[in-house]
Design a protein around this ligand. Structure first.
Ligand code: SAM
Length: 222
């Protein structure tokens, strides 16, 4: 590991806004995020947050909501964590985990919203269960969300977007309501405000390559 990465990992170990293996609260946080934030405000998860642009960006716009960015890569969450620390955002935190284990860290009904931002498309058929919008993940999201909690997906991947829409519209995922979507967010003046003007690292990269940005959201009835 390079020196820079070592230093980032050292900072992650002491940063109060990061929950990760080895920390005292790591296995105790489930059901206790409001205590972690010290308020009873709604909690919103960014799944596969990378550098956490939505976690930090929305924390700045909505100081009365709490944001948790989850990702397995420590060097990426270091970035979001350090931006939040420098800006003094107490309503942003990061969780280092495999997303397959999310329900070990969030109790049923603990979340108000989930953002899934530019997930890896996992195009091979055998990889379907690793897609962050597969039925397995949708079941977990539904469990963690409050009744009528909202899920947002932003992606450049036509494959992943059409796969997800098919799951939602076919009735395979139960309890889906208020589904709205666009295959070209930046040409959709109605849905454009939904993304709060925030662009992630991968979004900028894909846009520079000429990809259109797909967006959808829906609520889960329970
Ligand atoms: C394409 S990147 C997008 C990052 C960020 N949301 C963005 O838009 O810039 C996908 C991110 O999801 C994370 N990721 C993918 N699958 C994961 C999994 N099963 N568990 C934890 N993190 C995962 C990766 O580490 C990576 O940071």
């Amino acid at each position: 590991m390079g020196r820079k990465k070592q230093e980032r990992f050292r900072q992650n170990e002491v940063s109060e806004n990061i929950v990760q293996p080895g920390k005292e609260n790591y296995l105790k946080i489930k059901g206790h995020w409001n205590e972690h934030f010290g308020n009873d405000h709604p909690i919103i998860l960014e799944a596969g947050c990378g550098r956490g642009e939505y976690t930090v960006g929305l924390a700045a716009v909505y100081p009365d909501q709490n944001y948790v960015g989850a990702d397995i890569k420590g060097s990426r969450i270091w970035k979001g964590s350090s931006i939040a620390n420098t800006a003094g955002y107490k309503n942003a935190a990061f969780l280092r985990t495999k997303l397959q284990n999310l329900t070990d860290f969030f109790a049923p009904n603990e979340l108000s919203e989930i953002w899934v931002t530019f997930p890896d498309p996992r195009p091979k058929e055998g990889e379907e269960k690793l897609r962050l919008t597969s039925p397995r993940f949708m079941d977990m999201y539904k469990d963690m969300l409050k009744p009528n909690g909202k899920l947002h997906l932003k992606t450049d991947s036509v494959l992943l977007f059409e796969y997800t829409l098919e799951l939602l519209q076919s009735g395979e995922i139960k309890g889906v309501e208020n589904l709205i979507f666009t295959r070209d967010l930046y040409s959709d003046p109605v849905l454009l405000p939904q993304h709060h003007g925030i662009q992630t690292t991968y979004e900028k990269k894909f846009m520079a390559e000429g990809f259109k940005i797909n967006y959808l959201s829906f609520t889960f009835k329970k």
